[in-house]
Write a new protein. Sequence first.
Length: 207
Amino acid sequence: MTGFVSLMACHECDLLLRVDHSFEEGVVKCPRCAAVLLKHKRHSLDLTLAYTMAGLILFAISNVFPIIGFQFERQSTETILLSGVQELLDQNMRLLAGLVFITTILAPFTLLVTLLYVFLPLKFNRIAPYTAEVFRFTSALRPWSMMEVFMLGILVSVVKLVAIATIIPGVALWSFGILIFVLAATTSSLDPDLVWEKLELTHERSN
């Protein structure tokens, strides 16, 4: 990002400034009102990419292996992540099933894939096609990922069923729980300004 300078209006006092984006970490403040204009996070690119790849691995484990096993007398059964969606469909609760599928499976998976699409080329100083559009879609998609709500529902169900059956936590339950924290860490390490600055720098070089 060396040499990349842009005009930026302060969002607090509207002062128009020429901002140098070449710094790697720290903050840039408005000289008139001290509002934070830019803030770069330390090792944002590497951390976001690492968390994203770890998230995809955990997501695969969460969907392949059993999430919970139930043992009642001589009968036992295991459920996977999609079992809850299928159960809602069987009860003709299609709208709720679709909402659960989107917020716990489709949205988190799409979020991780789009982040990988954006940040993996950036790691090698490349820009994938339609990176700007994909990154905007990623920002809009983030509020739809509600895995923690689904996890809370699982824990409530386990508490209610533990009195009548033996509950066996599956591998997917642990990976699903870790995935929630990994997604939070991905969001925390993400530096949107870094992406836009690299896109702007690439655009200037192409012109």
